[in-house]
Design a protein around this ligand. Structure first.
Ligand SMILES: Nc1ncnc2c1ncn2[C@@H]1O[C@H](COP(=O)(O)OP(=O)(O)OP(=O)(O)O)[C@@H](O)[C@H]1O
Ligand SMILES: [Mg+2]
Length: 335
């Protein structure tokens, strides 16, 4: 195993002790020391790049470079030259010979991030390297031999990409010798308190304001959120709260919508308070209130009228005046 610099150990530490994270760490420890190709799969922001770095650091190649290529960020016409390099004069603008990422990663690791976005042409050349460990530069005929380990990552479902004809099945099997799934944050909510501490510590080290702490209620609220943007979204929120909060303690009230629904209600109330004129504010409130209650009682006027203590005929008039007839009908249709 490599002796890592302390900075890298902190930067690439996978925080968490939940069952899914324990399993993830076990798979990484087993796969890292081998030379097998690894395909990391997971939703946006789950930590795929972090996993790739960890694998390289635990591998026998850790003293050699890990070269990253973001296949989604490189235009299709440039990806070949980026990966395999080009000879002088290979195409307009190729003034000098350029080494490709495969060359540079020799004896190390090549990380093909967002591999699902690679063009079909680049896919077939990559397949050949995986099979034979050799290739030619764009515009060149000399065969170059390389010894590269490939780690790739994607948030796409590659099986569907294969069915749609956008991804080569043979390449998929070559890349996917060891599949590693990174779980979404909602399946490991118990890691959230530790992740929050990690991100606070990282921010503190970066010098962003003094040490702060979250109240138990605030942490509990964040543990019940669904996190569509996964760990990245949580990290951004923590950094944002550290910068924005004046106090050393981050409370429920400091947490904005959509994480905090009661805060969302207060924001809505705040928007009423900004309206000039009592009548306009009252009308807006009345409309929002009737709308919410109509939805609750699935468009039933009698039940709504009784629940809010208004005459049935009066409610009818208000529904008409506020243009809520369409809503009433829609709710009825949905039944
Ligand atoms: N388990 C974890 N412990 C600590 N930090 C984490 C963890 N998982 C993710 N992070 C942090 O969250 C951020 C997003 O992670 P990363 O970039 O690896 O995700 P990704 O899956 O590659 O995202 P995308 O699909 O958008 O490319 C990074 O700052 C990373 O350091
Ligand atoms: Mg990534």
């Amino acid at each position: 195993m490599c002796i890592l610099r302390e900075r890298d150990q902190n930067r690439y530490h996978i925080t968490g002790n939940s069952e899914p994270v324990k399993k993830l760490k076990e798979s990484i420890e087993k796969a890292a020391p081998t030379n097998a190709s690894i395909l990391i799969m997971g939703e946006n922001g789950t930590g795929k790049e972090l996993v790739a770095h960890t694998i390289h650091m635990l591998s026998k190649r850790c003293t050699k470079p890990m070269i990253e290529v973001n296949c989604a960020a490189i235009p299709e016409e440039l990806i070949e030259s980026e990966l395999f390099g080009h000879e002088k004069g290979a195409f307009t603008g190729a003034g000098v010979k350029k080494k490709g990422k495969f060359d540079i990663a020799h004896e190390g690791t090549l990380f093909l991030d967002e591999v699902g976005d690679m063009s079909l042409k680049a896919q077939s050349k990559t397949l050949r390297i995986l099979q034979e460990q050799k290739f030619e530069r764009v515009g060149g005929s000399r065969t170059i031999h390389v010894n590269v380990r490939i780690i790739s990552a994607t948030n796409k479902n590659l099986m569907s990409e294969i069915e749609a004809g956008r991804f080569r099945e043979d390449l998929f099997y070559r890349l996917n010798v060891v599949p590693i799934h990174v779980p979404p944050l909602r399946e490991r909510a118990e890691d959230i308190p530790e992740l929050i501490s990690t991100f606070m510590e990282q921010s503190h080290l970066k010098g962003e304001k003094g040490k702060k702490r979250f109240t138990d209620e605030a942490i509990n609220l964040l543990m019940h959120y669904k996190w569509p943007g996964n760990v990245r979204e949580l990290k951004n929120l923590v950094e944002n709260l550290i910068i924005m909060s004046e106090d050393d303690v981050i409370r429920l009230i400091d947490i904005p919508a959509p994480y905090n629904q009661s805060q969302a209600a207060k924001d809505e109330l705040g928007s009423f308070l900004n309206i000039e004129g009592f009548r306009a504010a009252r009308n807006l409130f009345e409309k929002a209130y009737i709308e919410a209650k109509l939805k609750k009682f699935k468009g039933n006027i009698s039940q709504t009228a009784e629940a809010i203590g208004v005459e049935r005929s009066n409610l009818h008039k208000k529904i008409k005046a506020y243009g809520l007839d369409a809503l009433k009908e829609r709710v009825n249709c949905e039944l």
